[in-house]
Design a protein around this ligand. Structure first.
Ligand code: MG
Length: 387
């Protein structure tokens, strides 16, 4: 029986994880839930799963949840809050496995704390790997703690890598749907609206990641994530546009063999893989091969998707540049969704922030967070200036 700490339990990955616990009660139980701001959902989850600890974003929200649990006669559930609360969830002694699915760098300290305690991590949060990949993987290696990627591409790569040795890997091929603007004439990019950008052809996801898929910055973050997770250079990672999103990613080995992972586009599969690794439990997530007609692969156009170029450059420099890429993008996407900048303003903002970022390699999580805040301030100042 694995007892799970789920960081980001009310988000889509958190909810999918709980649906797997529901499906495999003989394998998984819930130890703790870090839930953010959704008190209604946190209450429902606490009543259903009776975790030892539930954490919410603020003391006020935690007070609200405590009162509701008391009223409902639910006892034995400790309610915590803030970063300390998330860390308490992640490091709870009885938790055997931590699902890290808080969006953004908010989950970084807790994920690091879990690794320091020797807990295996299922990582859905790519920002953690982008901002602090060097630190997290070093800590995990030292303690022999597995980090199992839940991001669908990296999960696919993790599966493909099982057939060869590290020194036999030639290229990691990350597949990308290309987003909704793969074929839009370039002169129309300036006038793309948030509504257009929020429509993703194959995956239903959160707002920032949907915009990041439209700019392909998401794939850029995944390039950096792949470098850190699998200890390869940016030159060993390639992106290919695969509109069917059927092959979730591939690994090419030095002998010329390419391993590809194919499955339904359903996040429950990578989550189940991460939770069960190195086992493979039976599931109902069957892929219909007969429905498969064709698989297309195209080179990405770096002029159409300047964010991808910027990400490869940031991957090469690492450290503060990887941090700044992620931070500047989050600020720029926010400004785009508020209609303060055009779609093309997103890569322009990131490029300016990267150009103003000195080369540095933060050695601690505190330094990473400070560098992240610096990049955000820089992005906000640049956006204020240009208005
Ligand atoms: Mg992905």
């Amino acid at each position: 029986m694995k007892r799970l700490a789920i960081l980001g339990s009310t988000g889509s990955i958190g909810q999918s994880t709980l649906s797997i616990v529901e499906q495999f009660p003989e394998r998984y139980a819930v130890a703790s839930l870090a839930a953010g701001r959704n008190v209604d959902e946190a209450f429902a989850q606490a009543v259903r799963w009776r975790p030892r600890v539930v954490s919410l974003a603020t003391a006020e929200l935690a007070g609200e949840l405590s009162a509701r649990l008391r009223k409902a006669g639910v006892s034995g559930v400790e309610v915590a809050n803030g970063t300390a609360g998330t860390i308490a969830c992640a490091t709870l002694p009885e938790a055997d496995f931590v699902v890290s699915a808080i969006v953004g760098v908010a989950g970084l300290e807790a994920t690091h704390a879990a690794i320091l305690k020797g807990k295996p991590v299922g990582l859905a949060n790519k920002e953690c790997m982008v901002a602090a990949g060097e630190i997290l993987t070093a800590a995990a290696r030292e303690r022999n703690v597995p980090i199992l990627p839940i991001d669908s591409e990296h999960n696919a790569v993790h599966q493909c890598l099982r057939v060869g040795e590290h020194n036999e890997v030639k290229t990691i091929w990350l597949t990308a749907s290309g987003g909704p603007f793969r074929q839009l004439p370039l002169d129309q990019f300036e006038s793309i609206t948030p509504e257009q950008a929020l429509k993703h052809p194959t995956w239903v996801m959160g707002r920032r990641i949907t915009i990041d898929s439209a700019t392909m910055l998401n794939k850029g973050l995944e390039v950096i994530e792949a470098c850190r997770l699998f200890d390869v250079t940016p030159a060993q990672v390639r992106v290919t546009i695969h509109p069917q999103s059927t092959v979730h990613s591939m690994v090419e080995f030095v002998d010329g063999s390419i391993m590809a992972q194919i499955s339904v586009t359903d996040m429950r599969l990578p989550i189940l893989y991460a939770l069960a690794w190195p086992e493979r439990p039976k599931s109902t997530l069957t892929f219909d091969l007969a429905a498969l007609r064709r698989l297309d692969f195209e080179e990405p156009d770096f002029e159409r998707f300047p964010c991808l170029r910027l990400a490869f450059e940031a991957a090469e420099k690492g450290g503060a540049h990887s941090i700044a890429l992620n931070a500047a993008d989050e600020v720029a996407v926010g400004a785009f969704l508020e209609r303060r900048i055009p779609f093309t303003g997103i890569p322009r903002t990131i490029e300016k922030v990267l150009a103003a970022t000195p080369e540095a390699h933060p050695a601690t999580i505190a330094e990473v967070l400070a560098s992240d805040e610096e990049a955000r301030e820089l992005a906000r100042a640049l956006l204020a200036q240009s208005q």
